[in-house]
Each structure stands twice: as structure tokens, then as C-alpha cells.
Write a protein that binds this ligand. Structure first.
Ligand SMILES: Cc1cc2nc3c(=O)[nH]c(=O)nc-3n(C[C@H](O)[C@H](O)[C@H](O)COP(=O)(O)OP(=O)(O)OC[C@H]3O[C@@H](n4cnc5c(N)ncnc54)[C@H](O)[C@@H]3O)c2cc1C
Length: 462
């Protein structure tokens, strides 16, 4: 049986399902193919949503025990029931996956559950008995197959004691000693969860600081907060030689920059060294698809070297973030429709959901220095913000960077409470090329954390 479509999307992550819905809204006959029964991809099933659920739960727990006294709250008998947290996290994933299913059906999108692969550039098959006689003939195909955790060749991930972020999000017990390999966003979010729940966490990082892409003033503040509040230990400039599960513990062998070999024992080891594009099973050899460092190579219209085959999201690289995939999902459908949407990649925000949170957008100060770009800078402290003081959340700062001559805002970096929400003002401002003076004449509600953005802009215009 042949099924004919204008657009077929492979993958139902934030890139894929948004691309499918936008395609259907634009009048295309659309299908989506998803390998797993649960829709939503990495983000919903083993990424953004479960990690944020656990971050929120562990933050509640930590704050009740450690930070509720100023409000007269006594927390002597507080305990956490991990099975309830885990059960509710899974229930949430199911609810949101059902929501995606509902939206796809509401837009009359045909859903195929199975692994999609190319027979040729216009024909796809699905590896499931139910579809053994079905061929999908599609004028256009959008590949949105996402990414998988990156592995260290010398480390055997047994998924019991040596795990990736996916397994680490199923918390069944509180291990005494945990080693996390990788001090990027995922590594320090997981470190925060486990440390708040009572584990002693050590982060091992190849570079000489955490969050290497963020300005050092911000990452240094984060590091000292993680040490002070959560007693997290950091080991920098180290390579992992091996990690071996010894039955009831893990032995990790690292090598530092002085070529010294160090053995570390832990109860649990999480590998969080980044993610790789996922193209397995697509049978791209049947269409001669070009790759760039294993990512699918696309032009500015997200079209691959094969006409009518597009790719978006983690599988094409860049910022591997859900909102970047979503944006590309919208853009690609509109481009296929013939629209000419404009999107500026420098305005993609990047968030780290620790507490306090980090949120950044635009060009960093280290990049401006590297470019010899003349800039102005203002830093405001949460210690001077009314809402932060009322909430006992005075850690952190907001930094605004603007062009020296035009005053256009070039970048904003925040470490502080609700930074992930505050950054939205900066996103709007930068999308419309606002200057810091423009923000000075905007009225922000008081008392709010977001006032700190205006305060910083006012300080740039004294
Ligand atoms: C622990 C963790 C926390 C994260 N937190 C955040 C966060 O807070 N904010 C943020 O922006 N990003 C976060 N991310 C990153 C985010 O999850 C990804 O950037 C996002 O999911 C990428 O979306 P995507 O649609 O490109 O791919 P994916 O979400 O990876 O979806 C790809 C889909 O394609 C399917 N698929 C693959 N091959 C086939 C095939 N051949 N046939 C059929 N289906 C196939 C897969 O099963 C999957 O469902 C996090 C990631 C992790 C691991």
C-alpha cells in the first residue's frame, strides 16, 4: 500500500512535532513517524521536562530543610519519598505525551509508530510488521531525529551504576558518593538534583571551569554557590581513562594535566559529556545524504544536499536546545510553504536550571573582547533588588553589554533567581534591536526580579 504526503516528519521531539503541526496548519498533507510509543522526543521523555520536575522537587526539599527558617517554618521531620516523586514525574511525561498525540490528531496528521528509514529520496518505510506493506511516498521529508548521549569509548555504560542522563533521571535511591563526568549544563543540573537530595557529588571536567561557553564571572559565581550550598566538589583539567563497574561501586581512573593518574571510587557515575546527532537506522546511504562531523549538513533553508529532504533540531547541530529545535520546526514548514521567515540565531537564549539559575543571550563578554568590539557594560546585583530581598534570594547578578557607539544591546548574562524568566525581556529587546536607553524608558513592575534588567540599563545611561 502506498500512502502519499506533502510532508513527512521523522521524529516527534520538539523539532519534529512542531514542524508537523505547522506543516498541517499551512495546508500540507502531513505524516509523522516516531520510533517510541511516547511522543515528545528527548526533551519530554529523558531531558528538559523530567529534569525540571526533579530540579523543582529537590529544590523544594532543599529549601524546606535549609532555607525556610527565616519564615518561621520548622522542618525537623522533613523527608522525601523518592517513589512518589518518580511516579509523578512519569505521570507528567505520559500526560504531556498524550497532549502531543492529541495535537497531532487534531491537525489531521497521520502518525506512524516505528523506525522510519529511506528507500529513496521520495520513499520511506517503517520497520514494523503493521506497516510491512506500507510505503510512505512524500514530496518532502523533514528529518528531526535528534541526538543521543555522547559516550567515552573506554567507559562501558552498564546503565546500572555507570549511566547517562537518561537513566540518572530515574532516581530510585540516594547514593552516598556520585561522580558526574562533565561540567556542562546537564552535568551541573544533575549534580544539583542529587546533592540536594543528600548525595556527595564530585564533578570531573576536562576544561578548567564549569560551563565553558559562559563568561567566567558568571560560571565562577555558580561554582562557588555549588560548593558553598551543596558541598559539590570539582576536579578540573582531567581526562577520563576509564570507569569500571565493580558490582557495588564504580572505579574511575582519571589523568590530570600533570599526567598524574588518580583513582576515584563512587557508588554511582553519570556520564554527561554532551550529545551526538542520531542518524542510526535512517539508511541515509540510500539517498547519499551529506554529513558534517556526523551532523546532517543543511543550507540556510534547512535543506540537505538532497532536494526535498530537510533536517532540523539537534541532528543538524548548533545549540542543542529544545527551543532551537522548535523554532527550526516552525521555520522549515514555512520555508517549504514559500514564506521567507527571518530568525537571528544570536537571539537564542541558553539556560541552566540550577538554583540560582543562569540565563544568557547574545554575545558574551569574552567573545566581544576576542572580536575587539568596543562595548559598554553594567552589572547589577540581586542583593539590591527588592523582590530578591523579600524572597531571601540575593545571590547573583545581571550583566548587560551594549555597543559602545550605538548602545544596541549585544548580550545579557544573568545568574540569579528566576533568571530563565527574566531573560525573556532581553530576548524581546534584542529581537527588536533595542538599546539600553530604550529599556531605561520602559516601566517594569515593582517589586519583581525582572526590574534588575532595567536597573542595569539605567546604570549604563547615567
Ligand atoms: C537531561 C537533559 C536535559 C535537557 N534540558 C533541556 C532544557 O532544559 N532546555 C532545552 O532547551 N533543552 C534541554 N535539553 C536538550 C533537548 O532535550 C534537545 O535539544 C531537544 O530534545 C532536541 O529536540 P529534537 O526534536 O531535535 O530531537 P529529540 O528531542 O531528540 O527527538 C528526536 C525524536 O526522533 C525519534 N527518532 C530518531 N530516529 C528515528 C527514526 N529513524 N524513526 C522514527 N523516529 C526516530 C526519537 O525517538 C525522538 O523521539 C536537555 C537534554 C537532556 C538530555
Amino acid at each position: 500500500m502506498e500512502k502519499h504526503y506533502d510532508i513527512t516528519v521523522i521524529g516527534s521531539g520538539p523539532g519534529g512535532y512542531i514542524a508537523a503541526i505547522r506543516s498541517a496548519q499551512l495546508g500540507f498533507k502531513t505524516a509523522i513517524i516516531e520510533k517510541y510509543k511516547s511522543y515528545g522526543g528527548t526533551c519530554l521523555n529523558v531531558g528538559c521536562i523530567p529534569s525540571k520536575y526533579l530540579l523543582e522537587g529537590s529544590k523544594f526539599y532543599y529549601k524546606i530543610i535549609n532555607e525556610s527558617n527565616p519564615y518561621g517554618i520548622k522542618s525537623d521531620n522533613t523527608f522525601i519519598d523518592l517513589s512518589t516523586m518518580d511516579y509523578n514525574k512519569n505521570k507528567l511525561i505520559q500526560k504531556m505525551s498524550n497532549g502531543i498525540n492529541f495535537l497531532l490528531k487534531k491537525h489531521n496528521i497521520d502518525i506512524y509508530n516505528g523506525i522510519g528509514s529511506f528507500i529513496d529520496d521520495k520513499t520511506l518505510k517503517i520497520n514494523k510488521d503493521t506497516y510491512s506493506n506500507t510505503k510512505i511516498i512524500s514530496k518532502n521529508t523533514i528529518i528531526a531525529t535528534g541526538s543521543k548521549p555522547r559516550y567515552i569509548p573506554s567507559v562501558n555504560i552498564d546503565k546500572k551504576l555507570i549511566v547517562t542522563s537518561a537513566e540518572a533521571l530515574n532516581i530510585k535511591q540516594i547514593y552516598k558518593d556520585i561522580v558526574i563526568i562533565g561540567g556542562g549544563a546537564i552535568g551541573i543540573e544533575l549534580a544539583s538534583i542529587y546533592a540536594r537530595l543528600g548525595s556527595k557529588v564530585t564533578i570531573i571536567e576536562y576544561f578548567d571551569n564549569i560551563l565553558p561557553s559562559i563568561d567566567n564571572d558568571i560560571s565562577n559565581i555558580m561554582q562557588s554557590i555549588l560548593i558553598k550550598n551543596l558541598d559539590i566538589k570539582f576536579i578540573f583539567k582531567c581526562n577520563i581513562e576509564k570507569a569500571v563497574s565493580k558490582g557495588n561501586h564504580v572505579e574511575i581512573v582519571i589523568c590530570n594535566d600533570k599526567n598524574q593518574r588518580i583513582i576515584i571510587n563512587a557508588d554511582y557515575c553519570i556520564i554527561a559529556i554532551g550529545r551526538s546527532p542520531y542518524i542510526k537506522n535512517l539508511q541515509i546511504e540510500n539517498i547519499n545524504l551529506k554529513l558534517d562531523n556526523n551532523f546532517i549538513k543543511v543550507n540556510k533553508n534547512y535543506e540537505t544536499n538532497v532536494k526535498g529532504i530537510y533536517a532540523i533540531g539537534d541532528v543538524i547541530g548548533g545549540n542543542m536546545l529544545a527551543h532551537k529545535s522548535e523554532m527550526e520546526g516552525t521555520l522549515v514548514a514555512e520555508i517549504i510553504h514559500g514564506n521567507k521567515p527571518f530568525f537571528d540565531y544570536k537571539n537564542i537564549p541558553n539556560i541552566v536550571y540550577t538554583w540560582p539559575e543562569i540565563a544568557i543571550i547574545g554575545i558574551s563578554e569574552k567573545e566581544l573582547k576576542y572580536q575587539n568590539h568596543n562595548y559598554r557594560k553594567s552589572i547589577s546585583l540581586f542583593a539590591h533588588n527588592g523582590k530578591a530581598n523579600a524572597s531571601n534570594e540575593t545571590n547573583g547578578q545581571l550583566k548587560v553589554l551594549s555597543d559602545y557607539q550605538t548602545d544596541e544591546i549585544l548580550g545579557v548574562q544573568i545568574i540569579g533567581p528566576n533568571a530563565s524568566d527574566i531573560i525573556s525581556s532581553a530576548i524581546s529587546a534584542m529581537t527588536f534591536s533595542a538599546s539600553s536607553e530604550d529599556i531605561k524608558y520602559m516601566c517594569f513592575p515593582h517589586p519583581t526580579y525582572s526590574e534588575i534588567f532595567r536597573e542595569s540599563c539605567v546604570n549604563l545611561n547615567k
